[in-house]
Design a binder for this molecule. Structure first.
Ligand SMILES: NC(=O)c1ccc[n+]([C@@H]2O[C@H](COP(=O)([O-])OP(=O)(O)OC[C@H]3O[C@@H](n4cnc5c(N)ncnc54)[C@H](OP(=O)(O)O)[C@@H]3O)[C@@H](O)[C@H]2O)c1
Length: 432
């Protein structure tokens, strides 16, 4: 195979040889947490179908490892590796740029690509898959959602025969680490520092705690599960930063805990999707996830609920998903074409809500709240006030019966003008 012509498409290689393709020549782009774990698995378990031939990284000399095979080319020249005779580019640098241009160029020359890059797939996945199909290559991204948990292969294969109506998931390990530790009494700022020290959270944690990472993953799942192509920017995330110890205390009294949940469903033909901290019933499997675990519950029209759970992040678990994608390619995996159509995220959830107030106590507060809710025809389910808090900073909670998100938003707008408020009320959806 010459460098000028590029590599043969995998299927051709397989057909030509009448057996599995000879070892796929693999280039890892980005030798960080996941990239080095992929290399480790390839070297240690040495699947005969896969051969690590190139590693590309900026300043690559500091990345060299003694355990890599002597023949591996370590390069900081992306063009040279893209123009080489490798069959598959494993993109593990992350971000949109320049990862997108490497992936595009690889696909344009008939190479296949495996990536764990959720941002790239959420924003450009459809277009890149079309390019892969046009050039007879493959684009696989089983590690892009929930790291080592095979949710994407599960949707592409095991659940392809169902019609998924609802997705509920814990898709961000950092937020789950923070919230499950707060559940056990830790303070947000302390547990965030701990997450940063353990390498779970970035120095700037906004992508995670702001819900942006989870919404990118949700958009990918929506395409594969609900067959809708949505703009991730249309999913408005709610940060977990407003949740405090007092919310866990009230949540426990209500038989719940709090987790960052990504959820999407079709309601009356419309697509609703959101990401944010929510009250989760203690009996729900979602409440059992601890630390950096991820969990996804897919509700199928015919098959009912299917639950995926496990390690959603970390070098080795994520690398397992990457290597599994590579093996699928080597075994002549067919391109999975799940029909999907563009859709707007315009639907609304109709769910119960939890609203926590922090006020300077005075007569008439409850009347103002009930007035704001009644104006939107929202029924109160319970008013809960625990003892032991000072009257000048009194937290209490109102839960309401299922209502549309827009009605809740209008009621909240009214309640935000109450002069007794110390902070804006915290409103959380309740998962039932
Ligand atoms: N870590 C996880 O648990 C996890 C889970 C699921 C998915 N993912 C996804 O997997 C991908 C990789 O994540 P990671 O945690 O392995 O990241 P990482 O540890 O930061 O590794 C990224 C590597 O790519 C290199 N790199 C980044 N930009 C580059 C550029 N412009 N040119 C050359 N090299 C570049 C970095 O080099 P430097 O060392 O010089 O920065 C680093 O070695 C991301 O898309 C991430 O979202 C990660």
């Amino acid at each position: 195979m010459s460098e000028a012509t590029g590599s043969l498409p995998l299927e051709s290689r397989g057909k030509e040889e009448g057996r599995l393709a000879c070892p796929l020549r693999i280039a890892i782009f980005g030798f960080g947490t996941v990239g080095s774990s992929v290399a480790k698995i390839l070297v240690e378990s040495h699947p005969p179908e896969l051969e690590l031939t190139h590693v590309f990284n900026r300043g690559v000399e500091r990345k060299r490892v003694s355990w890599a095979p002597a023949g591996v080319v370590w390069s900081e020249d992306a063009d040279a590796v893209l123009n080489s005779d490798v069959d598959v580019i494993v993109e593990l640098a992350g971000g949109l740029d320049p990862a997108a241009s490497w992936v595009r160029r690889a696909l344009e020359t008939g190479k296949s690509v495996v990536t764990a890059n959720k941002k790239l797939i959420a924003y450009q996945g459809v277009e890149l898959e079309r390019l892969a199909a046009a050039k007879d290559g493959h684009l696989k991204y089983g590690a892009a959602v929930a790291g080592g948990i095979p949710v994407i292969p599960g949707l592409e294969q095991g659940l392809a025969g169902d019609r998924i109506a609802r997705i509920e998931g814990i898709l961000n390990g950092t937020c789950n680490f923070i919230l499950s530790n707060m559940d056990e009494g830790a303070e947000y700022s302390d547990v965030l520092k701990q997450a940063q020290a353990k390498g779970y959270a970035e120095a700037d944690p906004t992508e995670d705690v702001g819900g942006f990472d989870a919404r990118a993953k949700l958009a990918i799942l929506m395409r594969l599960a609900m067959r809708v192509i949505v703009d991730p920017e249309e999913i408005v995330p709610q940060p977990i930063t407003g949740v405090t110890a007092v919310d866990f205390s009230y949540a426990h009294d209500l038989g719940c805990t709090i987790r960052q949940i990504a959820r999407a469903e079709r309601t009356n033909g419309e697509v609703a999707a959101t990401v944010g901290p929510m009250l989760v019933d203690l009996k729900s499997p979602l409440a059992w996830s601890r630390g950096t675990e991820n969990m996804v519950i897919l509700n199928g029209r015919y098959g009912g609920d299917v639950v995926f759970s496990g390690h959603g992040a970390g070098g080795h678990p994520t690398a397992v998903a990457v290597v599994s994608d590579l093996l699928a390619l080597a075994h002549g995996s067919r391109r999975v074409e799940i029909p999907s159509a563009p859709a707007r995220v315009g639907g609304e959830f109709e769910v119960p809500h939890y609203i926590r107030f922090l006020v300077r106590d005075r007569p008439g507060i409850v009347a103002e709240i009930t007035g704001a809710l009644a104006a939107e025809r929202i029924n109160i389910r319970a008013i809960v006030q625990k003892s032991g808090y000072p009257a000048d900073a009194l937290p209490f909670v109102v839960t309401v019966e299922p209502c549309r998100s827009s009605a809740m938003e209008r009621a909240l707008a009214r309640m935000r003008s109450m002069e007794c408020l110390i902070v804006n009320p915290l409103e959380l959806q309740m998962l039932e």
